[in-house]
Ligand binder design. Structure first.
Ligand code: SF4
Ligand code: SF4
Length: 374
């Protein structure tokens, strides 16, 4: 397995206390700032006014079906792996009105819904989630009719990535080629040390943001420390998928007994798909006003584990959990190669942590596919 963690060039040093200057700059440019905060016992992406809101000193403990936070009492702001959600809810809303319709006499008047697309600056996004955004970009923006809501939000996004220096036991981004360092898709990338960050710009607006802070070059020792920490986060990963393209192996094993075995444990709850930063399945519904004079047409996240998602023209095409789990894995790790030229898994590990019965995608893929696949 190749391990090539890296951090970008032209690095400057941003002390911890200087991060508020970066947030001030972003706000002055019209961005609402979003960053990691502790909420409901987990680290979540929320609007932030000041870096004091970040999970300073917190560490996460993740394993199959397990997530817990501990306060280590130090000054590090980003010494944890991913929380339950990446940026997906902020770009592809869990529920969103698409249009309204109202009776006007004997006619119907349709109006598109307003799109909330205030420019957003996100601080602390990781390399796996940047890779997930690139996949969702292809899905929502790549066709003949780009999704207007996603396009509007995506166009106003400023990304401050944080290179991982702390991998969780459920992370496996090295094996998917998506981490632990951010290599593309960011405006600024930070690598955290004890007293601050080695920072580099990834775009012109990122350069402008850093230039305005009057920062000194990071220097060789800090740059080396940053490289070392990111490399260590990659080396610490113990999980992996058995290959980056499992399409042929999965399709050759559609009747493998492992599908039945995993179905015996799977609750078909859909948690894995809801936390997955690349899943985009949704359904569309109507909510009609009580008098029937108007209706709201909305979409909301759905899951290939739900019964309704497999109900097509009077026919339930995936009537059991075995076929739903198989659909998820063969699409995510197989069919996405046809759709997007790569696997749909970026190795974030969320589906392992947040599965209530601890089903592990790396174990299931290995069991179905057998030996490592090139
Ligand atoms: S399949 Fe699991 S590990 Fe892969 S991107 Fe989705 S949530 Fe993350
Ligand atoms: S694999 Fe786990 S998270 Fe996914 S549907 Fe089954 S029980 Fe729920």
């Amino acid at each position: 397995m190749s391990r090539q963690p890296d951090v970008p060039s032209s690095m400057v040093f941003l002390p911890h206390e200087g991060l508020s200057g970066l947030l001030d700059h972003l706000r002055s440019e019209g961005y609402r700032c979003l960053g990691p905060v502790v909420r409901d016992g987990a680290i979540q992406m929320e609007p932030v006014a000041h870096p004091d809101a970040f999970p300073i000193g917190f560490r996460d403990r993740q394993e199959k079906g397990t997530y817990a936070l501990e306060d280590a009492g130090d000054a590090r702001m980003f010494a944890f792996a991913n929380g339950p959600q990446g940026l997906k809810p902020w770009l592809f809303s869990p529920r969103e009105t698409l249009w309204h319709v109202a009776r006007r006499g004997t006619a119907l008047a349709f109006e598109p819904a307003e799109i909330d697309a205030a420019p957003l600056a996100v601080i602390g996004i990781r390399s796996c989630d940047l890779a997930a955004i690139a996949i969702q970009d292809r899905h929502f923006l790549g066709g003949a009719r780009p999704d207007p809501a996603y396009a509007a939000r995506r166009g106003g996004l400023f990304v401050v990535a944080v290179n991982c220096t702390h991998a969780g036991p459920t992370c496996f981004c090295v094996s998917t080629g998506d981490g632990p360092a951010a290599r593309a898709g960011f405006d600024v990338a930070l690598t955290e040390l004890e007293d601050g960050f080695v920072a580099a710009a990834g775009s012109e607006r990122g350069e402008r943001a850093l230039a305005g802070l009057g920062l000194a070059p990071a220097g060789g020792a800090r740059e080396a420390a940053a490289h070392e920490r990111v490399a260590a986060a990659g080396s610490a990963q113990t999980r992996s998928l058995p290959g980056r393209d499992l399409q042929a192996a999965l399709l050759a094993n559609l009747l493998h007994p492992r599908w039945e075995a995993v179905a015996g444990r799977c609750l078909s709850c859909g948690n894995c798909t809801l936390v997955c930063p690349t899943c985009f399945c949704h359904c569309e519904r109507e909510e009609v006003s009580s008098g029937g004079a108007s209706a709201e047409h909305y979409r909301e996240w759905d899951s290939c584990f739900s019964e309704g998602h497999a109900f097509i023209h009077g026919l339930q095409v995936r009537p059991d959990i075995r076929s739903r789990y198989r659909q998820w894995l063969t699409h995510k790790l197989g069919g996405w190669h046809d759709q997007f030229g790569r696997s749909g898994c970026v190795g974030c590990g969320r589906c392992i942590t947040w599965c209530p019965v601890g089903i592990d995608i790396t174990e299931e893929a290995a069991a179905v596919c057998g030996a490592a696949t090139p």
